[in-house]
Structures are given as structure tokens and as C-alpha cells.
Design a protein around this ligand. Structure first.
Ligand code: AMP
Length: 284
């Protein structure tokens, strides 16, 4: 695997690959790789001639300076993991390489960014859209791989791809979890042992809500989840929403819905975690 830090070097490689008729799969990440990322990389290696992974902790998508500073950075370990899953190129640029001048681009995603992550992390999706657009222009992939773990991000990127006519296919893979249900996340590395014990309560709350969906009204489920999580010592719930799985707009009533998404965000100590679950209401 070749490690590339310069945009110009990667552009030259991509041009040669495309001229040679190669199909390019792309997995954008912020590094501190785990099985959730590796699943995307394996899929890309299977489905394309060449796989490019980016590891870039994108400063413009952090609305919290300490979250950016403390974000885990484990490049050496990432390189060996990438080699083990057949990645061909790692693009690991500096912040100056991606942002030679301060970005003033403004994106708007309408009602899609007015809820959940968009509402609680001002500027977050603007930063995501900026970096994803830049990376798509540089890497020019045929297929780009994202995780359902960041459900709203997938919806935003889908809208971005349509709005800017990027000529690529978006591929989304399910959330990979630890044995106790905790969604894998690079931020899990920042949890203390005690916090790590408590963190699976997020997923437990989603399971509880899913089990109640057909029996109880939305408002009752919301207060049940809030109450349950209030009992977890180091956990502070930021939001729990039951939303339409496509528009991601919160629902007060699920009658007539085919599929909903249960979405949750909470601080466990200082670490902010998110999770979600899709529930098909037509089955069973
Ligand atoms: P990140 O490095 O957190 O920006 O994530 C890079 C990509 O991996 C994003 O598309 C994420 O949604 C995806 N991802 C992160 N964690 C998981 C997980 N536990 N399961 C599936 N995909 C994930």
C-alpha cells in the first residue's frame, strides 16, 4: 500500500488509474480504524479494482475544539490494518494540504440538517459537505462507502451527490457493534473503564424503544427512554428521536409508516456518542 500526503500526487495516480479503465472504490474516514471501517474497506476491495482510503481528522466538521484535539490519532496502527484488508492507497493529508486557505463555502441542506446532529452540532454538516466534496473531486471514485452508524451523514451526502451531480455510487453498510451492543466508534477509545461499562445502555435504550414501537405512543416511548438513561450515572442524553427513515424528520405518530429510524445521541462523561436503529414496521 502506498501512503500519499499530497493532493497533486493523488491526482496523478487517479488520472493514471482512470485512463487505465480501473474502477476506484473510496472509503473516507477520520482514522483510529476499527471493524466498522474495515467492513467498508473489505467491501470496496471486493467490488472495485482499486481501493483508496482517506484518513483525515477534518477540522471544519468539529463544533467543539476539545473534541477535535482529543480525537484519537493512530496512523501507524491504521496503516497495518489497511494493509491487512487489501487497501491500495492511503491518502493522509495535513489540514493545510486540504485547506490552503480558510474555507468560506456554505452548504444548506434544508430540513434535513435542521434536526438531530445538524441541530445539536452547528456547522457540522457544512464541514462534512465541504470535505466530502473536496475528497470526491480529488479521488474521483466510482463507488464511495459510508456507514449507517452516521445515518444523517449518509442522507446529507446522498443529497450532496445529487445536488452537485457527482458521478459516483454511494454504498451504505450496517453498523458494526461490540459484543455487548455498543456501536463501534473511534471515540470509544476515550471512554474510561467505568464509562465503557455504561456506554452499551445507548443501544439497550434503542432495543427497548424498538420493542415498544407497536404498543406505545411515541411520546410515552420518548419519556421511557429518557427515564431509563437518567439512571445511568455518567450518561447525559442529548436527544432521542423517532424519525422517518428517509426524510429523518421526527414523528409524533408512527401509524402508516413503513420504516422508522430510532436515533440517539448522549454524552458518556466527556465523550459524545451516537447510535441508531432502523425498524421495519411492515414485518412480522
Ligand atoms: P469516521 O472515521 O468515524 O468518520 O467514519 C468513517 C466511516 O465509517 C463513516 O462512513 C462511518 O459511518 C463509518 N463507520 C464508523 N463507525 C462505524 C460502525 N460502527 N459501523 C459501520 N460503519 C461505521
Amino acid at each position: 500500500m502506498e501512503v500519499i500526503e499530497q493532493v497533486s500526487a493523488l491526482r496523478a495516480i487517479v488520472t493514471a488509474l482512470r485512463c487505465g479503465g480501473k474502477r476506484i472504490g473510496f472509503v473516507p474516514t477520520m482514522g483510529a480504524l476499527h471493524e466498522g471501517h474495515l467492513q467498508l474497506l473489505r467491501a470496496s476491495a471486493r467490488e472495485n479494482d482499486v481501493t483508496i482510503c482517506s484518513v483525515f481528522v477534518n477540522p471544519t466538521q468539529f463544533n467543539n475544539a476539545s473534541d477535535y484535539k482529543l480525537y484519537p490519532r493512530t496512523l501507524e496502527q491504521d496503516i497495518s490494518l489497511l494493509q491487512s484488508v487489501g487497501c491500495d492507497y492511503l491518502f493522509a493529508p495535513s489540514a493545510e494540504e486540504i485547506y490552503p486557505q480558510q474555507s468560506v463555502l456554505q452548504f444548506s441542506f434544508g430540513e434535513l440538517e435542521a434536526v438531530m446532529e445538524g441541530a445539536h452540532r452547528p456547522g457540522h454538516f457544512n464541514g462534512v459537505a465541504t470535505v466530502v466534496s473536496k475528497l470526491f473531486h480529488i479521488v474521483q471514485p466510482h463507488k464511495a462507502y459510508f456507514g449507517q452508524k452516521d445515518l444523517q451523514q449518509v442522507a446529507i451526502v446522498r443529497q450532496l451527490v445529487r445536488a452537485l451531480s457527482f458521478d459516483l455510487e454511494l454504498v451504505c453498510y450496517p453498523t458494526v457493534r461490540e459484543a455487548d451492543g455498543l456501536a463501534m466508534s473511534s471515540r470509544n477509545k476515550r471512554l474510561s473503564d467505568a464509562q465503557r461499562q455504561q456506554a452499551p445502555q445507548l443501544y439497550k435504550a434503542l432495543q427497548l424503544a424498538a420493542a415498544d414501537l407497536k404498543q406505545k405512543p411515541v411520546a410515552a416511548i420518548r419519556s421511557e427512554v429518557a427515564q431509563k438513561l437518567q439512571q445511568v450515572e455518567e450518561l447525559e442524553l442529548e436527544y432521542f428521536e423517532i424519525v422517518d427513515s428517509l426524510t429523518l424528520q421526527p414523528l409524533q405518530d408512527i401509524s402508516g409508516q413503513e420504516e422508522v429510524a430510532l436515533c440517539i445521541a448522549a454524552f458518556v462523561g466527556e465523550v459524545r456518542l451516537i447510535d441508531n436503529m432502523l425498524v421495519n414496521l411492515k414485518e412480522g
